[in-house]
Design a protein around this ligand. Structure first.
Ligand code: ADP
Ligand code: MG
Length: 606
């Protein structure tokens, strides 16, 4: 007996609907897109029970006439294209004519619509594959009400997540649309309460203030870039290096105003933040990319969320560079601000006691944390309260250091200042946004590395009063001899001394206290390893490694006590240094402990 049966159109549609409607947020996205395609500039959304019970979207777009209203729920019914050839010049979101058909197949839909000049509106009910249309009085535009999602496909209903999760997905879909269209007036009501009211805005950065909390908005900065030769431009808002979250849900990419997920784009964004925010944390970003539609394919995914670029590398590079440049410029301004405010008093003791925080204030018998609420917030720290451990001579050698004039006090206010050293390793900087910690070794390493790169072959050197002998095997001596010039270029003069000995005659000023023998021995190891790579690569790698090694050895160490002026000097140099976010080995140079987090910990804020 034949086993094959043909499914009824309605049953087949219920199954096919899964391609478009997996969860309520997909419906919200499709309906928002339809409203925009219809030219709406004000949209209100109502969600109940994570969209499982109700999704209602009211727009002020062009509306539909009777024929369209009847046809819009049919499969492949679209007013947007007539043939596949038109896909390359698509200017609307929709083109498949699938959304309404799919939504109506798995829920109970009522649609009210009226064209601008029509005398009356229409009410369309689509349920169980049946469509009924009747005239009704209603405002211009379209009001679509979707109830009881998956009421007829229990197998799918089972996979819906709890109200909060589905609501979160919906909010993301709405936010993406709000970013793509700052001019759109969007309102969202969730379970009867208004969650957003976002009137029209000019820019994405203003949108972040409407959609995200005020603290986040304070940390957002605008970005903009164009590659006109490749027909690409981008603009948007990204969080600075002091603001991040634990997941990627604050990252939005829009391509030609369409919200897309694309791994390459996210990777490029994160690369822009490389070493700037801790690993495992993610920035907040809304980036809109405009590109010639002929250079993308949006038809690679049923939900139209994925996108393929003809030249992905160009876009990724543009994102990475733009993000990096924005962060660099932000940090520059900040470090400048930090070092320019504070000047130690002329009478400041050179060697005083170490920093001591008296626990007295906390010794009283405080049991209830709320007792702190009324405590006055301490005044900004005055010079007197900053003290430093007795100075042992740090190995922080700066030839021009003492001659440098100190920065001028711009205001008596001492916010934004280097306030001390912590654990003899971290420079503490007070900022409006929180406490900024700079790893003194990583920062100095970066500064020196960049200086060595810039002044390559022109490094100030000194002859060693006691030249240093390096004992090595004959084999090592033979190996290193042809490369002595490489060391000389870095200011390290080495000569053969005996069959199994080399001698170091002079060294860069910065390295005069550094373990020179160790540097040379390590370099012999690299030369051995790299013997087989081509000459150009060999030279480049050895130069890079030598520079990093020299910077590392010459840099101030963790554990070195620094004076206030040394720390300020270091911060100033860091500000002027390229690639200041990380040391040459990729470790971050600074980290922000935000005031917000501190206040949360002390329950001054929620
Ligand atoms: P598509 O958007 O791919 O064309 P849909 O199923 O989403 O397919 O919509 C079918 C058609 O219904 C659209 O092409 C459009 O003509 C009409 N339509 C849908 N929603 C609206 C709306 N909010 N306002 C006006 N027309 C609409
Ligand atoms: Mg559509």
């Amino acid at each position: 007996m034949a086993k094959i049966k043909q499914l009824s159109t309605h049953e087949a549609q219920k199954i096919a609907a899964g391609q478009v409607v997996e969860r309520p947020a997909n419906i919200v996205k499709e309906l928002l897109e339809n409203a925009l395609d219809a030219g709406a500039d004000a949209i209100s959304l109502y969600i109940e029970d994570g969209g499982k019970e109700l999704i209602r979207i009211v727009d002020n777009g062009c509306g539909m006439d009777k024929d369209d209203a009847q046809l819009c729920f049919a499969k492949h019914a679209t007013s947007k294209i007539a043939s596949v050839d038109e896909l390359t010049s698509l200017t609307t979101f929709g083109f498949r004519g699938e959304a309404l058909a799919s939504i109506a197949a798995v829920s109970k839909v009522t649609l009210l619509t009226k064209e601008t000049d029509a005398l009356e509106g229409l009410k369309v009910i689509a349920q169980e594959g049946e469509i009924t249309v009747e005239p009704i009085g209603c405002p211009q535009g379209t009001d679509i009400i979707v109830r009881d999602l998956f009421y007829n496909v229990p197998a799918r209903a089972k996979f819906l997540k709890k109200r909060e999760t589905e609501t979160r997905h919906i909010i993301q879909a709405i936010q993406s649309m709000a970013f793509a269209y700052p001019h759109l007036h969007l309102q969202l009501y969730v379970d009867g309460k208004q969650l957003f009211n976002c009137p029209s805005q000019e820019t994405m950065i203003q949108r972040t203030a409407q959609l995200w909390d005020a603290s986040t908005a304070k940390h957002m900065m605008p970005i903009e870039a164009t590659r006109s030769d490749k027909g690409i431009s981008l603009c948007g808002a990204i969080s600075n290096h002091q603001w991040f979250r634990y997941d990627r849900s604050g990252i939005f990419f829009l391509v030609n105003n369409r919200w897309v997920s694309n791994n390459g784009l996210s990777r490029a964004l994160l690369k822009g933040y490389n070493n700037v925010i801790p690993s495992g944390r993610y920035p907040m970003a809304a980036i809109s990319i405009m590109i010639n539609p002929a250079l993308i394919d949006v038809n690679t995914h049923p939900k139209k969320q994925e996108i393929t670029f003809a030249h992905p590398r160009t876009i990724e590079q543009l994102i990475q560079e733009t993000v990096r440049a924005a962060l660099e410029s932000h940090v520059s301004k900040q470090i400048k601000k930090d070092v320019s405010f504070y000047q130690p008093s002329q009478t400041m003791p050179q060697s005083v006691e170490s920093v001591s925080f008296t626990p007295a204030a906390f010794a009283s018998d405080v049991k209830d944390i709320s007792a702190f609420d009324d405590m006055p917030i301490p005044e900004p720290r005055t010079e007197k309260s900053i003290s430093f451990a007795p100075t042992t001579q740090p190995s922080f050698v700066r030839p021009q250091e003492t001659a440098q004039p100190m920065p001028i006090i711009e205001t008596p206010e001492q916010m934004h200042a280097v306030i001390g050293q912590f654990a003899k390793t971290y420079i503490l900087i007070e900022q409006e946004e929180g406490l900024y910690l700079v790893d003194q070794h990583a920062a100095h390493e970066r500064i020196l590395y960049e200086q060595f790169s810039k002044n390559f072959q022109d490094i100030p050197t000194i002859n060693l009063m006691f030249p240093q002998l390096i004992n090595c095997s004959q084999e090592d001596r033979t190996l290193i001899e042809p490369h002595l010039e490489l060391f000389a270029q870095h200011g390290i003069t080495i000569e053969p001394f005996s069959k199994e000995q080399l001698i170091i005659q002079s060294t860069p000023v910065h390295l005069k206290n550094a373990p020179l023998q160790e540097i040379v021995r390590t370099a012999i190891g690299w030369i051995k390893e790299l013997q087989h790579v081509d000459t150009e690569q060999f030279h480049k790698t050895i130069h890079d490694k030598l520079r990093a090694q020299m910077a590392c050895k010459a840099a101030v160490k963790a554990g070195d006590v620094l004076t206030l002026s040394q720390m300020q000097e270091l911060m100033k140099d860091l500000h002027n240094s390229p690639n200041r976010f990380s040391c040459p080995h990729g470790r971050p140079t600074g980290w922000m402990l935000s005031l917000h987090d501190i206040e949360k910990t002390f329950r001054r804020k929620t």
